[in-house]
Design a protein around this ligand. Structure first.
Ligand code: C5P
Length: 421
C-alpha cells in the first residue's frame, strides 16, 4: 500500500543526520517514509554510520546526494551555497539527528564542530530534533543525562528512547523508537513551528461508549474511533496540545497526544468536564450511547430464561452539557459535534446545532458507501451556526479531519489566547 502524504510534511525540507549506532538501519526507512509523506530529505552520514549503512542507500531513497564529509563542497546548485554545512542548514526546515549516539550528543552539547553533522547543527536556526540511541547504561550515565539536559535547555527537542532489548542482548532504555513514532514527533514539531493551532489546547473524544449490562457484557455501537483519532492527529499537526478522550479502540494513540481511556458515557462526561474549561476547542467525535442499561447486574447474568428484557435509561448528553456550561464560562471557545444520521441529515444537524449550542456540526449519512463507521473515508457536510454549510466529497478521514481543524484554527484566530498559567 502506498504511504499517505502528510500535509504538514509536504514540501518541507528535512535534513537527516545519521550517526554510528546499529539503529541506523531504521534511518533508511525513516528517510523513505519522509519522502513518501512529501518531504524533501537531505542526509548526512558520519564515518561511523558508514560502518553500518552506505551513502547509496540514502541516495536511492531520497533521490539526493548523501553528504559524508565536512570538506564536501556542492556545486550542483541544489543548495543555496556550495559550502556544504552552510548550504545544508540554510536549506533545512528541520534538522533531525536519528540515531544520535552518546558521542554526538556530547559533541553537540559542547558545541564541537569537527564533523559535518556538528558543524551543520551549529549553523542551523531551524528546530533540531535529536533521537538518542545507545545501550541503557550509556543512556543513564550522568554524563549523557547532563548533555541531554544541556541540549534541552537550548531548545533542542530530545525524543525519549524506547525501552527494550538492545543488539548487545541487554535490556534497558535507549532504543531508537520505531519509524512511525519518529514521524509522529517530527510532524508534531513541524506543527509547533508552522501550524495554525500553536499554543492551543484541543480536546477530542473518540470511539463508541460501552454501557455495562453485567461484569462481562456491555451495549455499544459500530464506531471505530478512526475519525476522532484522525482529528486528534490533525490537531497535533497544527501544533496543538491534544487531549484525546477515547473508549478502547485498538487504534494507536497519535504521538504526543495525551490519551484518557474511558468506557461509559458517564465516564466520558466526567473526563470531558475535567478538561473542557482549559480547552480552546472540543471536538466530540465519539459515538456516545444514548441509552444505558438501567441496572447493572453485580454478577454475570445466567441464561435461564428464553427472553431477557433490559430496561434502558438515557445517558447524559455530554455535548449539550458543555454547550450549556460555556454559556457561563465562555469556554471551550469552539465546540464541534458530529451527527451520524441515517435520514434527514441536514434537518437533524441544524436542530442539533441549536439544541447543543455548538459552532459546527459535522453531519454524515452513515448509510452511504465510503462513509461512517469503520470506513477509512468519509462523506460529510460541515454545518455552521453562522448558517454556512460546506459539503465535502468522499475523502480520507485524515483529509476530513484537516478541513475541520482548519475551520477551528480560522475561528480561533479571532479569539485571543487565554493567559497562560
Ligand atoms: O444527538 P446526537 O447523539 O445525534 O448528537 C451527536 C453529537 O453529540 C456527537 O458529537 C456526540 O459525540 C455527542 N453526544 C454527546 N452525548 C450523548 C450523545 C451524543 O455528547 N449522550
Amino acid at each position: 500500500m502506498a504511504s499517505e502524504r502528510i500535509s504538514i510534511l509536504d514540501g518541507k525540507r528535512i535534513l537527516l543526520g545519521v550517526t554510528g549506532s546499529i539503529a541506523c538501519y531504521k534511518s533508511a526507512d525513516l528517510a523513505s517514509k519522509l519522502v513518501q509523506a512529501g518531504a524533501s530529505v537531505n542526509v548526512i552520514l558520519t564515518d561511523a554510520a558508514q560502518q553500518f549503512i552506505t551513502p547509496l542507500t540514502f541516495q536511492a531513497v531520497t533521490g539526493h546526494v548523501t553528504y559524508t564529509s565536512m570538506w564536501h563542497t556542492d556545486s550542483s546548485g541544489g543548495l543555496p551555497t556550495h559550502i556544504a554545512h552552510v548550504g545544508l542548514s540554510e536549506n533545512a526546515d528541520m534538522l533531525v539527528i536519528a540515531p544520535a549516539t552518546a558521542q554526538h550528543i556530547a559533541k553537540l552539547a559542547n558545541g564541537f564542530a569537527d564533523d559535518l553533522i556538528c558543524l551543520t547543527a551549529l549553523n542551523c536556526r531551524c528546530p533540531i530534533l535529536v533521537a538518542p540511541a545507545m545501550d541503557g547504561n550509556m543512556y543513564d550515565h550522568p554524563a549523557t543525562v547532563e548533555n541531554i539536559r544541556k541540549l534541552q535547555e537550548r531548545g533542542i527537542i530530545v525524543i525519549e528512547p524506547d525501552e527494550g532489548r538492545f543488539a548487545s542482548g541487554l535490556v534497558g532504555r535507549g532504543r531508537l523508537p520505531e519509524v512511525p513514532t519518529l514521524i509522529g514527533h517530527i510532524r508534531h514539531h513541524m506543527g509547533r513551528e508552522w501550524g495554525g493551532l500553536r499554543d492551543r489546547h484541543v480536546l477530542v473524544t473518540a470511539g463508541g461508549t460501552r454501557e455495562a449490562i453485567d461484569p462481562v457484557r456491555y451495549v455499544t455501537n459500530r464506531s471505530s474511533g478512526k475519525q476522532g483519532y484522525a482529528v486528534a492527529q490533525a490537531a497535533l499537526d497544527a501544533g496543538a496540545t491534544v487531549t484525546l478522550i477515547s473508549t478502547p479502540t485498538g487504534l494507536p494513540v497519535p504521538i504526543n497526544a495525551t490519551a484518557i481511556i474511558v468506557e461509559s458515557a458517564q465516564e466520558m462526561l466526567d473526563a470531558v468536564l475535567e478538561h473542557s474549561n482549559a480547552a480552546d476547542a472540543l471536538i466530540m467525535a465519539a459515538a456516545v450511547a444514548d441509552y444505558r442499561p438501567l441496572n447493572v447486574a453485580d454478577q454475570k447474568i445466567k441464561k435461564t430464561d428464553d427472553v431477557l428484557t433490559l430496561d434502558l435509561t438515557r445517558t447524559p448528553d455530554i455535548l449539550q452539557t458543555v454547550g450549556q456550561q460555556r454559556k457561563q464560562t465562555g469556554q471551550p471557545y469552539v465546540l464541534v459535534g458530529f451527527a451520524a444520521e441515517t435520514q434527514d441529515l441536514l434537518k437533524n444537524a441544524k436542530s442539533k446545532l441549536r439544541r447543543k449550542n455548538v459552532d459546527y456540526i459535522i453531519a454524515n449519512d452513515v448509510t452511504r458507501d465510503g462513509a461512517g463507521f469503520q470506513a477509512d473515508t468519509n462523506i460529510v457536510t460541515i454545518v455552521g451556526a453562522d448558517g454556512n454549510t460546506l459539503s465535502l466529497p468522499q475523502q480520507t478521514k485524515s483529509a476530513v479531519a484537516e478541513v475541520i481543524i482548519q475551520r477551528i484554527a480560522a475561528r480561533l484566530q479571532t479569539i485571543p489566547h487565554r493567559q497562560r498559567k
